[in-house]
Design a protein around this ligand. Structure first.
Ligand code: SF4
Length: 296
């Protein structure tokens, strides 16, 4: 596999050691507030991925300082930071409000860029034009929740948008010279391993720079936790070995220019219903690399 790592990708844009600092700026999502639906994505529990130092009651500046303190044991004196607007949909607000939040982050010392996670249906052209202008001075990377390339699956998980919307958003971002990350979940209900692997062909058609892959996790407090009990036949939860084999097959099909940020996610034990592998992400990554060597 020749795909670059995320650090290799970042080193093309920012010199020296870099640390991402997650921020919860108090956004919501259009499939939560009623614009595109209610209840949010059926698998989503934001507590599963928000670091402890993120707190939407604190200002952006305060959260950046908390993040720096949190990582102080492993950062170096020349480490610089990317403000990672992570929780919920981080372009889902009027441009004036977004500008204020992003520019507050960029005014913190040693913050040299932005990573902005959002949904395809929250990619407004005026916001993209603003971010493209900002990208001439600092690094700006957008992370788009693709989750699935199948419309039937997007509907089943209550995303509130279709894949055509994803395609348009990713193309609009790339046309403006901004880099694009995609986030995809493997093992969603009704998706066979073959259909999962076929999604690599769809992503290969898009101007994606970075990919994050996750295994489906059933989390407490989600709509999916109830659906999992009611419709168990639709869920084929993988073992760590079968997931690693699937990822290896997927990566073999993926175009080599896409940098890989992550193959696996780890949710807090108290929130995770299934699958409970009891393995660190690094172990799953080793399995993926083992299977990749076998099939390459
Ligand atoms: S768009 Fe993201 S944050 Fe919003 S409900 Fe879906 S997964 Fe959760």
């Amino acid at each position: 596999m020749d795909n670059p790592s995320f650090s290799e990708f970042l080193s093309r844009h920012v010199s020296g050691p870099v640390q991402k600092l997650a921020i919860d700026a108090g956004f919501t999502c259009p499939n939560r507030d009623g614009r595109a639906g209610r209840g949010g994505c059926s698998y989503c529990n934001n507590h599963s991925y928000s670091p402890k130092y993120c707190n939407s009651r604190l200002s952006v500046t305060e959260q950046i300082q908390q993040g720096k303190d949190f990582f102080s044991h492993k950062t170096k004196s020349d480490t610089r930071y990317l403000a990672y607007f992570q929780s919920y949909s981080n372009t889902y607000a009027p441009l004036g409000c977004l500008r204020q939040l992003y520019e507050e982050a960029l005014s913190a010392s040693d913050v040299v860029g932005l990573v902005i996670a959002t949904r395809p249906d929250c990619v407004d052209m005026d916001v993209l034009d603003y971010l493209a202008a900002l990208n001439k001075q600092v690094f700006v990377h957008l992370e788009i929740g693709v989750e699935s390339t199948y419309d039937d699956v997007l509907k089943r998980i209550n995303r509130g948008h279709d894949f055509a919307c994803t395609q348009q958003a990713i193309r609009a971002i790339a046309e403006r010279g901004l880099t694009v990350g995609a986030h995809l979940i493997l093992g969603l209900p009704t998706v066979t391993p073959e259909r999962d692997v076929d999604q690599a062909d769809q992503l290969n058609e898009l101007p994606i720079d970075v990919l994050k892959l996750h295994q489906l996790q059933i989390l407490r407090g989600t709509v999916m936790a109830k659906d999992f009990i009611l419709h168990q036949a639709d869920y084929s939860l993988m073992t760590a070995e079968s997931y690693a084999q699937l990822v290896a097959r997927f990566l073999k099909r993926l175009k080599p220019s896409v940098a890989l940020e992550r193959y696996v996610s780890e949710s807090p034990d108290e929130l995770l219903i299934a699958p409970r592998w009891g393995l660190k992400p690094q172990v799953v990554e080793m399995l993926v690399n083992k299977y990749l060597k076998e099939i390459c």
